[in-house]
Structure formats: C-alpha cells, structure tokens
Design a protein around this ligand. Structure first.
Ligand SMILES: [Zn+2]
Length: 263
C-alpha cells in the first residue's frame, strides 16, 4: 500500500514526452508538420504548436473585409486544424504576418524562451532558415527565433528575470528542422538542410490533408497542397540541427530516439 505522498509522487513524476512545434502561419502546422504531430500524439506524446502570426496578410482572404477579420477567421481555422491534429496545446500569437523579419529579434525570442521553459519539451521542430518548401521569409524567421529559444531556454543567464517566479531553465534535448527533397514547381531553387530523420506518416496522410482543409480561407491553395502532400507521400523529413547527444550523425526514424523522458 502506497502512502498518500508516494502515490502523489508517482502521479506527478510520470515521465511525459513533450513535442513543441514553432510555425509562422495558420496552416503551417498541417502543411509542414501535420503527420508528425499526429504520429506522436497517438503515441501519447503531449504536443504544443506555437504559431507566431494569425496570418492576416494572406492573399487568400475568404469573406474577410480587412486584416482583423481575416485574423479572426484564421484563428478559428487554426483551432479546428489543431483539433483534427489532436494538438494538446495550440497557441496562436499576434505578431504581424509578412513582417517577422522586421520585428525586434529579442522580443520574440524572449516570448518563445518563456514558452519553452513553461512547456518543457524534450524535442522541438520548426523550419530551417531556408523557409521550407515555400521559402517564405516568415518561415525562415520562425526557425531562427525558435533556434535561439531552444538554446537560450536552458541557460540561466539568458532572460534571468523569467526565472525569478517562473519555471526554471529548460534544456530541450533535440532540435529539428522540417526539410524536403523537392521544391514547388515554377519557383526558384531552394537549398534544403539534408534529411537525417524520416518519419513514417502513412497512417496519417489523409487526416493531415483534412487538417489543411480546415483552413477554409485558404481553399484556393488546397489543390496545390494536396498534390504536394501526396507527392511527399508517406513520410515527413527532418534535419537534426542540435542534440544534447552530439556526435556522429545517424539516420533516424524517430524524433524521440535517445531522449530521456525524465528531463
Ligand atoms: Zn506559412
């Protein structure tokens, strides 16, 4: 028979795996990372998506008459998509769409560092500095901000004011950039980070496409998206950009390979 304290100890010290995904626009979570988010949620991993902008500068605007109306529509679409992707913590921030490269770097990295310290992911996924298959500059910036937050969240001398009453420093164990082995047709070539991890999403491809289609204002993009998602097929590709177990690179099929669930 366990004492009350012992049972509490067990309940609150269950090792829990957590995956954080940092994106720029509503629909990136489905288009870039949807299969991976579903794969890990179904394995019991807690997932958090932080989308930096509400996508108010999109060319496809649905019924919106102005930017705030489009932002509102897209916030709801993001929530619907994250429900389909079973995201545990969907978070959409209010930075300006199309303008991330003009924002003060420190302000966004501060914000993201705080969120890493709160959610305490072992693994983080985001875009590389090339900006993914669309090479959108917001994607590039999301990846750069996320990379700094990944590294700085673990350092007690970075944003020490957050540590006074808040959670302690958190050193996430692995950082991955989503990558691809082809660019979109009729666009300038993109230089991708090499793939080091291949995640099999074959069971989730149709749900990933359904999640993308929760973004109804973006319906003119659905055919292009679906065509590319099917071309990518049963896998999502990643590049291991940082790891607490640095050493020789090995091809991986699991983003949580070698991760300590107690950290
Ligand atoms: Zn995007």
């Amino acid at each position: 028979m366990l004492s009350f304290c012992e049972s509490l100890h067990i309940r609150y010290n269950q090792p829990m795996l957590r995956l954080m995904c940092i994106t720029a626009h509503p629909d990136d979570e489905a288009g870039g990372f949807g299969g991976t988010l579903l794969t890990y949620r179904d394995r019991g991993v807690e997932t958090c998506v932080i989308c930096l902008t509400p996508g108010q500068a999109a060319s496809n605007r649905g019924t919106a008459r102005n930017d705030p109306e489009l932002a509102e529509l897209r916030r709801r679409e993001f929530a619907a998509s994250c429900e389909i992707l079973k995201v545990s913590q969907p978070i959409i921030l209010n930075y300006p769409d199309g303008q991330l490269y003009r924002q003060e770097l420190n302000r966004i990295v501060y914000d993201l560092t705080m969120r890493v310290r709160e959610f305490r992911p072992q693994v983080m996924i985001t875009f590389g500095a090339e900006g993914g298959v669309t090479a959108h500059p917001d994607h590039s910036m999301a990846g750069i901000f996320a990379t700094l937050a990944f590294h700085w969240a673990g350092r007690a001398n970075r944003y020490a004011d957050q540590l006074k009453d808040g959670p302690g420093p958190h050193r996430a164990q692995k950082l991955y950039y989503g990558t691809a082995d082809f660019a979109l047709p009729n666009r300038p070539p993109i230089t991708f980070p090499p793939q080091t991890a291949i995640i099999d999403i074959s069971d989730y491809l149709e749900i990933k496409i359904a999640a993308f289609k929760a973004h109804k204002t973006q319906s003119p993009l659905w055919p292009l998206f679906e065509q590319n998602a099917r071309r990518r097929g049963k896998s999502e590709l990643y590049h291991l950009a940082a790891s607490v177990n640095a050493g020789e690179l090995h091809a991986e099929t699991d983003l949580f390979a070698g991760v300590d669930p107690n950290e």
